[in-house]
Design a protein around this ligand. Structure first.
Ligand SMILES: [Fe+2]
Length: 491
């Protein structure tokens, strides 16, 4: 509105200056006439740019406007002597009013810029969070950890109390609550929604997002008055489908804004971006799972190839793996380590493939020379696996599974913490299985005897911490001896 007053002021201002210039032949007043024109044009521009509400253009026009007004003030002083006193007074009032209004407009403009900057800051923060998610999707391979992180970001960016992610089951009959933030455990466990039912089911069926500001008004068919007492049923919420290519695989839903406001288009846009990222993460995880299954099949094939060659060690590798995993769990290792340990357990004796069969399958005791050949199997195993990129972490475990805590093992005579922790765990599991398995010339030792032997060798052959974890797992019943068919030999 103040722009309109400006406009009126300046018309009057201009009329006075025209009258002045026409009443005098002084050249100075004709120069002023040009300023008047500039003044008038600038105000007109400002008025029209205000209509367009284009911030940048408006700001530039206002700067020009202030400049011309300052020229007017200067011109007033310059021609002071030419005017009668009442003209000077009227002009002073106009110029001062114009300048005050300029300052007022400029202040408003600054406020508007400040507001825009705050909005921009929020947007930049949102983009930053989305960028972090994209990076995480490329670096975090564990889907559960990744989804947990993405949902935390969703809560933060959208300032909501609850977010839930539903995925279709294999039959596509139900939507299962996969992960949630803000839901109580009792609700979280086993929550499933039949496809097509409720708003979640509707979004899954149609594959279209829903922004609901007031469910009672917009979709009364889904609103039950009893829901008023249900703390998990809000009137405003957002639901978007998760899609891989064009197929809907689940639904992402948020509700309960912290500031109690209803959701808007901007929130919907953000949730759409997040849902796309989550769908990419799920697709990546599925691809990685398939890839891992293929790797595992290859590893099992290798392990079976060893069993076929060495009749004494048949089943030994998988048994060692079964003993190693509970030990690692007791030690608090996470999923990635377990996976590596599982591969190492299955492949720890793979080097025996490179040992001639009549030494490997010799009945009776080995000569020193034969034993020195057998002792090469960890290094041969490391060489075989050395060229396989995804097994690079497994190689040191294979190479050092016969090292001893006191440094008297082979092949490198490493001691204590020089030995990779995975290799120290496999050493205990390997020995326990070797002792408890039957040999051609004797029956396997009872589990209790083997356990006591492991305990006795703590601090000499084995890492004391690994032995402690082994004993805990054993006492909990997580390490149980199951006889398997093939005959085993401890090497
Ligand atoms: Fe071995």
């Amino acid at each position: 509105m103040q722009i309109f007053y400006f406009y009126i002021f300046n018309i009057f201002n201009s009329i006075i200056w025209v009258m002045l210039s026409l009443s005098s032949e002084n050249l100075k007043l004709w120069v002023l006439w040009i300023f008047i024109l500039a003044f008038f044009v600038s105000n007109t521009l400002m008025f029209s740019s205000n209509k367009k509400n284009r911030l940048l253009e408006k700001t530039k026009t206002i700067d020009f406007f202030i400049m011309t007004n300052m020229f007017m003030a200067l011109a007033y002083i310059w021609t002071n002597g030419l005017m009668p006193i009442y003209y000077r007074i009227i002009l002073s009032v106009f110029v001062l009013s114009a300048l005050s209004l300029n300052i007022y407009v400029k202040n408003n403009e600054l406020k508007e810029i400040h507001q825009m900057k705050s909005l921009l800051d929020i947007k930049i923060q949102e983009i930053g969070e989305l960028h972090n998610i994209t990076n995480a999707i490329n670096s975090v391979l564990d889907l559960e950890r990744l989804l947990d992180m993405v949902l935390s970001v969703t809560v933060e960016v959208l300032k909501v109390k609850r977010v839930s992610l539903f995925l279709f089951d294999e039959e596509k009959e139900n939507l299962i609550l996969k992960i949630s933030k803000g839901l109580e455990k009792e609700l979280f466990n086993n929550l499933k929604i039949p496809a097509g039912q409720g708003i979640i089911g509707l979004v899954a069926r149609t594959g279209r997002p829903l922004l609901i500001k007031d469910i009672e008004q917009e979709m009364p068919e889904f609103y039950k008055p009893s829901d008023k007492n249900n703390e998990y049923q809000d009137k405003s919420f957002l639901c978007v489908p998760l899609k891989i290519k064009s197929e809907t695989i689940g639904v992402l839903s948020v509700n309960d804004k912290e500031n109690k406001e209803v959701f808007n288009e901007n929130d919907l846009e953000l949730l759409n971006i997040l849902s796309t990222q989550i769908a990419v993460a799920i697709e990546n995880a599925n691809l990685i799972d398939n890839m891992k299954d293929n790797y595992k099949s290859t590893i099992l094939a290798l392990s079976n190839a060893l069993d076929a060659k060495d009749s004494y060690t048949g089943g030994h590798s998988s048994q060692v793996t079964k003993y190693a995993i509970p030990i690692a769990k007791e030690m608090g290792f996470e999923k990635d380590f377990m996976e590596m340990l599982e591969y190492a357990g299955l492949l720890h004796d793979i080097g025996k493939i490179g040992i001639i069969e009549n030494i490997l399958n010799k009945k009776g005791r080995l000569t020193d020379e034969e034993f020195s050949i057998i002792k090469k199997h960890p290094s041969i195993g490391a060489d075989i696996l050395g060229g396989v990129a995804f097994l690079s972490d497994v190689v040191p475990l294979v190479k050092h599974h016969h090292e001893r805590w006191d440094g008297n093992g082979y092949p490198d005579g490493l001691k204590s913490t020089e030995i990779p922790i995975g290799a120290r765990i496999i050493a205990v599991a390997d020995t326990f299985d070797a002792m408890t398995s039957d040999r051609p010339y004797r029956k396997g030792l009872p589990a209790e005897v083997a356990k006591n032997e492991i305990e006795r060798c703590s601090g000499t052959q084995f890492d004391p911490d690994v032995v402690k974890a082994f004993l805990k797992a054993y006492n909990k019943g997580n390490i149980r001896v199951e006889q398997y068919e093939a005959v085993n030999r401890w090497i």
